[in-house]
Design a protein around this ligand. Sequence first.
Ligand code: DGL
Length: 250
Amino acid sequence: MKAGVYDSGVGGLSVVKSLLSSGLFSEIIYYGDTARVPYGVKDKNTIIRYSLEALEFFKNFDIDIMIAACNSVSAYAIDELQKNSNFPVTGVINPGVLAVKNGLKDKNSKILILGTKATIKSKKYENLLKESGFTNTFSIAPSLFVPIVEEGLFSGQVLQSVLDHYFKDIKSNPDAIILGCTHFPLISDAIGEYFPTSTLIHSGDAVVEYLQNKYNLDKKFDETKMKFFASENPDGLKKVAYEWLNLEKI
Ligand code: DGL
């Protein structure tokens, strides 16, 4: 079982981290569109166009499933991707909502949704959460987090100033924070320190359960082979992958 995992850059590695230990896949082909990151400040049609180009890339690899490990793509392009492929295509917003349902028992929990401008504008999380009974939500689009993560600034002064910039007006800690951009788990330590009593939730937490339920996949592979590709500077992407996924060699 071969999966193609796609993001605008390194963010999708936070989803791969969960997939790697799942036993669901014999091979994962990762593609980061690093030449055009960030996606989250672009409009719907551009995100769809880029996504369809990524789909063409995956058609070279005989994959069994495509996982758009990018919330901005998940917000706008899943239907188009599905229409143009003969394998299943899944996004990460539904797994993110599943993670909320698994992690939060109190429907009145105050939930902060963090995502790119594109994701927040789509209201996908807000609407799906509302359908599940979670109505006490508010959203912020901290766009600068994405280039900061791409730059590898996972801690330090620059990150702290940017956290202050977006969060300084939040008076009380939310009960939960959805990391609704796959780049954000890479700076979850810093976000967690900023909001020490909040539960941090992201799609990687539930993606395996979601895929198993939706596609009836078995956990039958002891090892998952990884291949990394990027539209620009693949070595930079591999470097983050080695560190983040604790890989010794590829
Ligand atoms: N990691 C992506 C997401 O989950 C995209 C970030 C970006 O390229 O702006 O939305």
